[in-house]
Design a binder for this molecule. Structure first.
Ligand SMILES: Nc1nc2c(ncn2[C@@H]2O[C@H](COP(=O)(O)OP(=O)(O)OP(=O)(O)O)[C@@H](O)[C@H]2O)c(=O)[nH]1
Ligand SMILES: [Mg+2]
Length: 305
């Protein structure tokens, strides 16, 4: 490592819900840190992922997708994205390709770059994600158009899902990192604690296992995260969580007939939590009803929004 050529700084990943921001973060870290689902608005809080290589440390800020706010929860999610834009040294705006007549959503691209990215006053890269969904010719055409319209520092096309061109993005980010010393130790993957990611994993499973409005009406809190007993290393760690819903009918859906649904949720979440921690855990999940939690400022605050 040559300290003189080392660079470090913050890169914010922003874009529409479902653009692939969290997938891209995970791909860069080569680790499943941020939760990913096919449903929009999966990420609700800032996720910090730290990329390390010989020449740089990039503190990546994965953010909630930009949307029209409909309740206080959304306002808080957008504020998280605004804060990440303020903290960033360089911005990576993700615009996804889509199959069909319109290769990208141009109207949203105008809003994303015009109302969010440019006003932040930072160097920005427009990453055209999901390039696996369209032809090479479409990719080239859109790249040219985007470069001409918005004048970003670069317009790489990539596929976060397949991993193509992802490493080139590091080269594009690197010149915009202002520090010459790392901010964090080499083995550190995130600044958020394990218990935060335990709650995120349960949220991911809820997004994957339940349909309709359930994922959006649900929050997860970790109420107890008890470390292994000092005198008995075989003793499993206890994680006690609450799944917060808005109505009794939603509680019934979460629990399912004879508790079958919540059992499945617990099994799926426990497997991933154990993989993350590298040790066995007891996972206890309770369901609590908190009417209108998404609109109630003090409740939102207590859930970390
Ligand atoms: N085909 C394809 N799908 C992708 C690509 N990148 C991400 N996806 C898929 O797009 C969906 C959304 O991905 P996420 O990473 O959760 O997107 P996000 O931008 O973090 O979404 P929010 O957290 O809701 O704002 C998932 O089903 C991903 O598998 C890609 O390069 N190609
Ligand atoms: Mg996300």
């Amino acid at each position: 490592m040559q300290p003189s050529s080392f660079t470090c700084g913050h890169a914010a990943f922003v874009g529409a819900p479902n653009a692939g921001k969290s997938t891209l973060l995970n791909r860069l870290l080569d680790h499943k840190l941020s939760i990913v689902t096919p449903k929009p608005q999966t990420t609700r809080k800032k996720i910090t992922g730290i990329f390390h290589d010989d020449r740089s440390q990039i503190v990546i800020l994965d953010t909630p997708g930009i949307m029209e706010p409909k309740q206080s929860l959304h306002e808080s999610m957008l504020e998280t994205t605004r804060q990440a834009l303020r903290d960033a040294d360089v911005i990576v705006a993700l615009i996804p390709f889509a199959k069909g007549e319109e290769a990208i959503d141009r109207k949203f691209a105008d809003e994303l770059i015009g109302r969010w990215v440019k006003p932040a006053g930072k160097p920005f890269i427009i990453a055209l994600n999901k390039s696996d969904l369209v032809s090479a010719e479409t990719v080239r055409k859109v790249q040219e158009e985007i470069q001409e319209t918005f004048s970003p520092v670069a317009t790489p096309a990539l596929s976060a899902l397949k991993g193509s061109n992802v490493n080139d993005l590091v080269e594009l980010i690197r010149p915009h990192l202002p520090l010459d010393e790392p901010l964090y130790p080499e083995e550190m993957l995130s600044t958020e604690p394990e218990r935060f990611f335990a709650a995120e994993i349960i949220r991911e499973k809820i997004f994957l296992l339940y349909g309709r409005e359930i994922p959006y009406s649900t929050e997860v809190t970790v109420d107890e995260f008890r470390e292994q007993h000092e005198n008995d290393p075989r003793k499993k760690e206890l994680i006690r969580c609450s799944v917060i819903v808005e109505r009794n009918s939603q509680k019934q859906i979460i629990v399912g007939a004879k508790g079958a649904a919540i059992k499945k949720l617990g099994q799926a979440a426990r497997a991933d939590i154990e993989e993350m921690l590298g040790r066995p855990v007891f996972l206890e999940i309770f369901v609590k009803i908190r009417p209108d939690w998404r609109k109630r400022k003090n409740l939102l605050k207590s859930y970390g929004y």
